[in-house]
Design a protein around this ligand. Sequence first.
Ligand SMILES: O=C(O)CCC(=O)C(=O)O
Ligand SMILES: [Fe+2]
Length: 545
Amino acid sequence: MTTNNPDNKSHCRPPSQDVNTSVNTAQDSSVDPMAGSMVDDWDFKLATLFSIFESTPEDVLRNALISAKGDLEQAIPLILSSSSHDSSHDSGHDSSSTGDYPRKKQKLIQPRLSAFLPSPASSSSSSLPSASSSLQKSSPSSISSTSTSSHSKESIAHLPSLNDRLRWKDSINDTSASTLTSSSSRPKPLVVYSPEDVAKRCPCTLIFNVLDKDLATRLLKVMLEDSETWNRNRWWLFERMVESPHKTSYFAERDDDMEEVAGWTYNGMKQDPPRRFLPEMDEAKLVIRRIVNDLRKTRTLHPYEDQGPWNCNVAAVNHYAHSKESVGWHADKLTYLGPRPTIGSLTLGATRFFRIRKVVPDAKNPDTAGQLISIELPHNSLCIMWPPMQEEWKHEIPPQATVTPHPISGTARINITYRFRREGFSPEDTPVCKCGVAMVLRCVFKNKANYGKYFYMCYGAGSQEGRTCGEFHWVDMEEKLRLISNRGKEQSTNTTLEEDRVQGSMSSVQNSNNDDELDLAKELEEDAELLDLPLDAITEDDLIE
Ligand SMILES: O=C(O)CCC(=O)C(=O)O
Ligand SMILES: [Fe+2]
């Protein structure tokens, strides 16, 4: 699967916010997933600054925070420009251009965070470099450094991303469990190993030794070989082209699946066609499909789930060469899978941690909101993500200090996520925004009034030099599903549906013409940007839409 072509731009109205504003949203409690629990908390903000500026005296940090009226992102440039901090650590520059890496913790955190910070001279959008000049300037360093140095740690550290900011926040939160217990309400991170514990903690089922040993070995070998042809994705992030810290590709089961997936877009960019499941993938698919469907019989299905048997007709595959390769916080996109999808995620090769956290507060267990749960995934394990995993949780494969290697793959891990592309959520069912690109389907999980409602939004920012038209439509999901189901019935009686389909997609979305809705659209877009990490979800799934 090839990557987004940076030259193939569609043009949108520039966003109203500049880089600075976007960064601000990350720490703004109004859009933060942890809002109300800790980000509002002064101590947390101070601790955050501590973790970035380890060598800076506390009073400098405190004063900066006071001067910035508690706004973390405003405080950071103040500290950077203060003479008190250790400039060898807190250079505020992308170290890819300086070649001067901060040491230890800053190596991972600081360069990436600082890549988002406005320099004191560029606090307004007008002073930012134009997107095209930024491409010329930043692409060579950010792309060539990552693509030429293959899997170097440095290439990973170069990637500035929203996800880095969340990981950065999480690493702080991890620390907070031990050092900030008095001021932090966030529960300590958990590591779970057993299927029983996994089932207790989240909507996932973990199954060890899921495939016959011989099949698991053959599949690992063939995928390792095939992964030589997989690519790192590239996308726009705040006027910079960045590259995913792992390789990925897409497969489909049959001809019609191939055609559909070939029509999938990521930010309006058509992707290369997927390849057909390799024979070993087909073999594994049969096992996984049976297991998922057997388990599904014991579950109460949500009305928005596909009520028929689960199929796995497409697969996003990932290759993590070593412990530092990763995938960022994200939920798998709903656009082509529909609401409440089930995903079967197979691990082959090295053992890695799969880290999850619930982004919707759980009324029954408010104490566990935002808790980081790491699930160990060994070779030949299947992690089934049930609904509402993609609506209410985020997941990632974080970089690790070391991994448990596998005798065949060494430190490399292969992941195959078997997915069900769903009727009624094809490219032809997906609305197109003012940019002329396919919109992305999302679910509101934060805003109480609209909780659980679905919407389509412009998703152009990852491909269009950071630009989005901000278009937004609510989806009446019940109505949409009813129309899909009727369509299915009519299809089975060979009725032509073209008119209904157009009618259906027209009535299932409502244009948002009034100001309130536009405001909400904007807020949701910001939410999505932060919480769903659309620009940073690095898997093929996340980038293909
Ligand atoms: O590698 C993994 O286990 C997770 C991959 C993933 O999240 C994805 O492909 O969407
Ligand atoms: Fe995922």
